[in-house]
Design a protein around this ligand. Sequence first.
Ligand SMILES: [Fe+2]
Ligand SMILES: [Fe+2]
Length: 653
Amino acid sequence: MSQSSFDEHIVVLADSDRKHAASVVSFLSSNGLKVVVASDAAHIFKMFEQLNPDAIIADLQLESFDILDFIITTRKRLSSVPIIITSFPEDVDLAVQAVQQGAFDYLLKPYRPEILLKKINHALQSVHLAKQNSMFGELVSLHDITNRLLSTHTLDELLDITFNDCLQILKADEGVLQLLNHDSGKLYTVRKKEASSGSGLVRLETVATKAFSGCCSVLVADYHVAMPANMLFDTDGIYTCVSSPLMFNNEVIGVVALRRIEGRGVFTGTDVKVIDMFASHAGIAIRNADMYRSINQKLDEQMLISNYSEQLMGVVDKYDVIRFLFETAIEHFHLDFIGFLVLQRRTHEFLFWSRGPVDDASMKKILKYVAEEYSGFSNMVINEKRISAKEFKVHMKPVPGETRLPFNFQHLVPVGGDDFRFGAAYFGAARDFHNVNEKKALLSGIAGQTCIALRNSKIYSDMKENYIKTIKALAIAVDAKDTYTHGHSENVMNIAEAIALEMNIDERQVGIIRDAGLLHDIGKIGIPGYILNKPGPLTFEEFNGIMKTHSALGANIVKDVPFLRDLYKLILYHHEHYNGAGYPDGLKGEQIPVGARVLHVADAFEAMTSNRPYRNSLDKKEAIKRLCENSGRQFDPVIIDAFLRVAGRKGWI
Ligand SMILES: [Fe+2]
Ligand SMILES: [Fe+2]
């Protein structure tokens, strides 16, 4: 260390010989040191607090000066400051003892100031090197930790690394790591370590709160008042707690607090620098991980809503829609309870479904609250009507002029905007949610989709009902148009259904065969009445050119209607023959859909047993005989067998 680098270094000189002291001060000052003279030990300690000196030169001949006491006390307050003892040769033993106790060096009087300067220089260099070494060691550790912090994006792992490394690097026995809950503005503990079951954690949380609210690191002496860290750098003391806020972009996102138990030493200003540096790295890493988690969560949520709405598209039954909402919400949010209310604007009624334990009183409270928010009226009479085990229909009747209800449901989600336009969802769990606002937003998203699905379900079922009514009316109109085939469609429907059931065809297919039976001749709507009602056989042209087109005409009518699409092939092929001699495409055997083969048998039997313009009806036995004669040719033998069993039961044979 060169002499010029002594600038700003403060040396306290305590010497019993004032004249000698003056000459030493003059020499040291001319060499760049700032020298302060102290008259006795008490004076030196005062200097500590005011000046924070870099070296002390103390004379053994000072009045009432116990050098060993002095060294012990100094070490407690300033662990690293070098002390150089000056003594006369007769006190050399004591001077040696002082060195053994922790003094840096000694110098025998009388000495030349140049020699003292060399010893001070040496002492300052040693202290500087020791500090560099210690800081270097800490930086190496910090470097390792920073790398480790950067190596993971998992919040849990980061919290482990931050907390455990903090404890280790600062040789702490106890600690807490807390993060800020942005919703509540409060800290919550994510990691903690307690040396023994004492009050250490409570103290640590208090210290953490100080660092959090002051936005700066603090050193705290247990049982004593905290002091701002920047006042304490390079000052040793009896500080056993240290805490630092975790910062990101000048915002506090959490806090770490550490404690050493009695007998394990104290924290210094250097420790504060280390924890500060550590906390700033950890703050950035944790915030990044949190943002990463949050982005992933947002993507997952978008995906959830998008998948949810996609999956709902195919669901048309309103109970299935509600069940799907509950299953998704309970699984995704780990809920114990969920309720869903939908407002029926036309009737001013709420439909209410719930799953999980909710008592009647809570349910009424929720209903009242939602109704009030929706209607703007402060109170209403609720008439409840249980519709099924899971559904309540609630009629609300506004009573104006009363005070607004004071309820505030934390987990109530309006559906359709803040004004509860469509209703509301309510959810709860036995435990607390940390990010309840995020959950509410997401639930609001899927509840909104549910409302749309319910509305669509209603439209769909209304539409299907209306369409079926229209088609039935058409089928009846077709039968009525053909004066000889009155009731034909309905009879074919019933016979075909009986055959299908006899064949153990699955329930859904039986429904399709039944509907196709009713509508199989719907295409005759496009066949002129003079052909349908011709009182004799049709000409070749009339039959092949006109009559045969009715199956394709009928298929075309149903093909673009979503809920009739399944009837298409059955209507199109109901005149195909098992041996390939039928129309319109001449399909054979298994190429013809089984439903169409069933219809063909039912249609033939019904046609033979009813009057036609060109012939009278056959009796049932004769008709069955003809069916059997054509089994394996015009008709599928398997279906004829099933028909015979049905006919047997009905007494037609
Ligand atoms: Fe037909
Ligand atoms: Fe027919």
